[in-house]
Design a protein around this ligand. Sequence first.
Ligand code: APR
Length: 230
Amino acid sequence: MSNIVILTGAGISAESGLGTFRDEGGLWAQHRIEDVATPEAFARNPKLVHQFYNARRAQAREATPNAAHHALAKLEAEHKGSVLIVTQNVDGLHEKAGSKNVLHMHGFLEGALCHQCDHRWAAPLEMSPEGVCPSCGAQQTRPDIVWFGEMPYGMERIGAALAEADVFISIGTSGEVYPAANFVAEADHFGAHTIELNLEPSAGASRFSETHFGPATKIVPEWVTAELAR
Ligand code: APR
């Protein structure tokens, strides 16, 4: 009855057509983080920030889960122990594939948040600076996304899960952004077996006990099949 904690990044959604951040031509090659992904950027130019997330929300809505997302949903359905997906991704592809136990530590494109009263609701396709909070009426709506400099969601729950993990597996992330990049060290500290599945070695590859490289749609189903057969 092993507990499995899975960290996913943009690489798991790449073969569903959603851009990664730091690969050639990635999102951070097209937009400066300081223009579209910080609270200061939003205060300075809310229209530009809304446009950036509106475009990503529309693209994410059109995208379909790939074999890697489906393999993780199968793992959750058939594995005897617990399976928690902690995703850095803001798309809903894990949920579309059928995963239930998903924690969006960087927020979620389908979520809207009121800067004034913290009310949360389902985001419309297009958000704008003119939007008003359905609860308090303030004209201070924002995408429910965690920007650089803000505290990721669910950190207590993630810490507790890592402390109980028997297996920690990192999929499709460059290991460049903290605190997610340190989860492997936390899991290792508590005795978990640590695995990296990625297109190529991430910045933290040497910190994992086991690594497999290749496209997620190939290596994730292979790993899930082997794990379920154990
Ligand atoms: N299969 C597996 N891995 C892939 C694939 C693929 N088809 N394509 C790309 N990758 C890998 C890349 O090799 C890279 O290591 O996915 C990783 C993507 O890294 P990033 O673009 O840095 O994305 P991510 O690690 O999710 O970024 C973390 O940074 O900008 C913030 O909030 C943003 O959540 C994001 C966080």
